[in-house]
Write a protein that binds this ligand. Structure first.
Ligand SMILES: Nc1nc2c(c(=O)[nH]1)N(C=O)[C@@H](CNc1ccc(C(=O)N[C@@H](CCC(=O)O)C(=O)O)cc1)CN2
Ligand SMILES: Nc1ncnc2c1ncn2[C@@H]1O[C@H](COP(=O)(O)OP(=O)(O)OP(=O)(O)O)[C@@H](O)[C@H]1O
Length: 234
């Protein structure tokens, strides 16, 4: 698994026992319309998790995901390489491969504003850092462009969340990358992937304002729980 990744300097996350232990289960952030400030707070909270907690959270997340029918049935799954304290979904990769599924990574789409391609992640995929310092497949490698999949043909997309609430509203990095790329999923007809937001439990807040362009998540999975917002409302 890790052998697929280009060696790169790991960033050191600051350890803050306080923010982790006091806030691990908190849902008590006030409703907040200031998305940028909230984003900053939540990213800080995520970064404050130590290596051991990151590892345990990643394992717990993976266990939760492996139990979901949509993941068990999936043949084409997009996930991401974690950055900046994001919960790590990559332990799932071996399990997906064993089940015959293919794994895809997001790549910033060249020339088109704030949209993603999803490229098949193979043993020989060369990885580079993009302008946000996130590891992604190198589109200069011959073949990678043709190894992309149309987003509608994915069965599951695992999306990194900066924040989420009980209603299934999400806060991302603020670029609108996933929102734009997956906007088609709001249409009533045609195939669409199951959209799964993933995050540390400490990314949950009491309430997030819903933006008209926000894609609806089918599921949010953290290291501690599985939320199915629409099922819950039905
Ligand atoms: N691991 C991972 N891969 C991913 C995403 C992600 O969130 N996580 N993305 C999900 O979209 C895309 C990249 N999106 C990004 C969107 C905005 C910024 C950005 O502007 N960062 C600034 C300021 C953020 C802020 O407002 O606080 C920064 O890092 O300084 C970074 C990445 C594609 N790949
Ligand atoms: N489908 C869309 N078409 C055009 N613009 C969009 C679309 N979706 C989002 N945007 C724009 O993208 C910007 C960022 O949106 P938002 O703050 O909701 O990002 P985010 O959901 O946090 O990020 P991401 O989707 O990358 O995780 C907003 O200014 C919004 O107008």
């Amino acid at each position: 698994m890790l052998s697929q990744r280009t060696p790169r300097p790991r960033r050191r996350f600051s350890h803050s026992l306080l923010s982790h232990h006091v806030r691990q289960n908190t849902t008590a952030l006030p409703a907040c319309d200031d998305r940028r400030a909230l984003r900053r707070t939540l990213r800080q909270r995520r970064r404050a998790l130590g290596h051991r907690d990151q590892y345990l959270a990643s394992m717990a997340l993976t266990r939760q995901l492996m139990q979901q029918t949509e993941l068990r049935r999936a043949r084409h799954v997009a996930l991401y390489l974690p950055e900046n304290g994001e919960i790590d979904p990559t332990p799932l990769v071996d399990w997906l491969h064993q089940r015959g599924a293919r794994v895809y990574l997001p790549v910033l789409r060249p020339l088109v504003e704030n949209r993603l391609w999803f490229v098949h992640w193979r043993f020989d995929t060369r990885l580079v850092l993009n302008r946000f310092n996130i590891t992604e497949p190198d589109l200069r490698q011959s073949g990678d462009r043709v190894r992309r999949i149309a987003p509608w043909a994915l069965d599951v997309v695992l999306m990194p969340l900066v924040g989420f609430d009980e209603q299934g509203h999400r806060l991302g990095m603020g670029g609108g990358f996933y929102d734009r790329t997956l906007a088609f999923a709001a249409e009533a007809h045609g195939p669409r992937p199951t959209l799964v937001g993933v995050a540390h439990a400490c990314q949950q807040v009491e309430r997030l304002p819903h933006q008209p362009w926000d894609v609806n998540l089918d599921m949010i999975v953290s290291d501690q729980r599985v939320l199915r917002p629409h099922t819950a409302r039905a």
